[in-house]
Design a protein around this ligand. Structure first.
Ligand code: NAP
Ligand code: ZN
Ligand code: ZN
Length: 348
C-alpha cells in the first residue's frame, strides 16, 4: 500500500478538500502511474453531488487521467517505466462476457458491470478512487498509451470527453457528406466538434447563445446557431444526419428530433439528472433514431488517442491548481468553461 495525496468530497454536496488515500501494492499485472494531469468532467460533479443517486464517500473523482508509469508488476508486458499513459472511466471489467471480448468493456454484462475508476468497488472489495490524486495503480489492460505527439495536459480530457464523442461519431458514420450537429459547447461538445470536423463531416454547433461562436468556428464548425432563437429550429428542420447531444440538462427532445433528416440519429451522451420525455411522433415520421452511447472500449480509446495525435486534436484547457477545484465545479455548472478544466496534480 502507498499513501497518496488526493482531493476528495467527504460527503455529498460538500466542497472537495485535500486528503490522503491508500493505493494498493503494485500487483503482477499492475502499473503504478504518477498522475500529472486530471480533467474535470461534468460527470464528476453529477456524482460528487449525488445528482445520479447514492454515491460512495469520501469520493476522489477524476476519470481523465494522464501521467507517467513509475513502476510495473512482474507480469506486465505492455508498459515500461517512463511510458506516457492514460486512464479513463474504467479500471476493470469481467473480461469474459461477449462485450468484454469484443473490446466493449464499457458495456460489460458480467456481474456488477465495469469497475468504474471512482465511486465504485473494485474486485478487491475496496472503493475505487479516481484521478484527483498523485498516483494510481491500474491493471495494464485498462491503461492506454498517450502518443508522443500529444502533451499530457491536453491529452487528459481525451480519456473521457474525447472517447465519448469519438465513439458515437464513428459508430454513426460521421464523415464526408454528413451533416453533424453538436449540441452544447462544453468539454464533450468542443471535442465533438474537433473530431467530427477531422472525420470530414460538416459541423453545426447548437449552443444556448452565440457567445462562443468565434471559438466554435475555430474548433472546426462551419455553422453556429443559438438554440434560444426559435428561428434556428424553423430553419434547420430536417437537416442533420447526426445530432450529438452533449448537454448535461434535459432538453426539449421533440424540438431537436425535428432537426433530423430521414434516417437521422440523435445520440445522447449527456446524462441529465432528471427524466426526459419525448413524443414517439417525433421519431416515426422520418424513421429517425434516438440513441445513446457510453464512453468507449479500451481498444477504441487507444484508436481515438492515435487519431487525435495524427490530427493534432488536444483539448482546449484551463489548467488549474487543486485549490481551485470547487470554483471550477461552479463554473462548469454555470456553462462557464472554455473548454475543460484540468488539474495540475503537482499542486495537490
Ligand atoms: P459541460 O462541460 O458542462 O458541457 C455541457 C454543455 O451543455 C455546456 O457547456 C452548455 O453548452 C450546455 N448546457 C448546459 N446546461 C444547459 C441547459 N440547461 N440547457 C441547454 N444547454 C445546456 O459538461 P461535459 O463534461 O461536456 O459533460 C456533458 C454531459 O455528458 C454531462 O451530463 C456528463 O455527465 C455527460 N457525460 C456522458 C458520458 C457518456 O459516456 N455518455 C461521458 C462523459 C460525460 P452551451 O453553453 O454551448 O449551450
Ligand atoms: Zn467523464
Ligand atoms: Zn464483461
Amino acid at each position: 500500500m502507498t499513501t497518496v495525496a488526493a482531493y476528495a468530497a467527504p460527503a455529498a454536496k460538500a466542497p472537495l478538500e485535500r486528503t490522503t488515500i491508500e493505493r494498493r501494492a503494485v500487483g503482477e499485472f499492475d502499473v503504478l502511474i504518477d498522475i500529472e494531469f486530471a480533467g474535470i468532467c461534468h460527470s464528476d460533479i453529477h456524482q460528487a453531488r449525488e445528482g445520479w443517486g447514492t454515491a460512495i464517500f469520501p469520493m476522489v473523482p477524476g476519470h481523465e487521467i494522464a501521467g507517467v508509469v513509475s513502476e510495473v508488476g512482474p507480469g506486465v508486458t505492455k508498459y515500461a517505466v517512463g511510458d506516457r499513459v492514460g486512464v479513463g472511466c474504467m479500471v476493470d471489467s469481467c473480461r469474459e462476457c461477449d462485450n468484454c471480448k469484443a473490446g466493449l468493456q464499457q458495456y460489460c454484462t458480467g456481474s456488477g458491470g465495469p469497475t468504474w475508476t471512482y465511486n465504485a468497488v473494485g474486485k478487491d472489495g475496496q472503493p475505487t478512487y479516481g484521478g484527483y490524486a498523485q498516483k494510481i495503480v491500474v491493471d495494464e489492460n485498462y491503461v492506454v498509451r498517450i502518443p508522443d505527439g500529444l502533451s499530457l495536459d491536453v491529452a487528459a480530457p481525451l480519456l473521457c470527453a474525447g472517447i465519448t464523442t469519438y465513439s458515437p461519431l464513428k459508430h454513426w458514420n460521421a464523415g464526408p457528406g454528413k451533416k453533424v450537429a453538436v449540441v452544447g459547447l462544453g468539454g464533450l461538445g468542443h471535442m465533438g466538434v474537433k473530431i467530427a470536423a477531422a472525420l470530414g463531416a460538416e459541423v453545426t454547433v447548437l449552443s444556448q447563445s452565440l457567445r462562443k461562436k468565434d471559438d466554435g468556428l475555430k474548433l472546426g464548425a462551419t455553422h453556429y446557431r443559438a438554440t434560444s432563437d426559435p428561428k434556428t429550429f424553423e430553419e434547420l428542420k430536417g437537416t442533420f444526419d447526426i445530432i450529438l447531444n452533449t448537454v448535461s440538462a434535459p432538453l426539449d427532445f421533440d424540438a431537436y428530433l425535428s432537426l433530423l433528416r430521414t434516417d437521422g440519429a440523435m445520440v445522447n451522451v449527456g446524462i441529465p439528472e432528471e427524466p426526459v420525455h419525448i413524443l414517439l411522433s417525433s421519431v416515426f415520421g422520418n424513421r429517425r433514431s434516438l440513441s445513446s452511447s457510453g464512453i468507449g472500449g479500451i481498444p477504441e480509446t487507444q484508436e481515438m488517442l492515435d487519431f487525435c495525435a495524427e490530427h493534432q486534436l488536444g483539448a482546449e484547457i484551463e489548467l488549474i491548481g487543486a485549490d481551485r477545484i470547487n470554483e471550477a465545479y461552479e463554473r462548469v455548472v454555470n456553462s462557464d468553461v472554455r473548454y475543460r478544466f484540468v488539474i495540475d496534480t503537482a499542486t495537490i
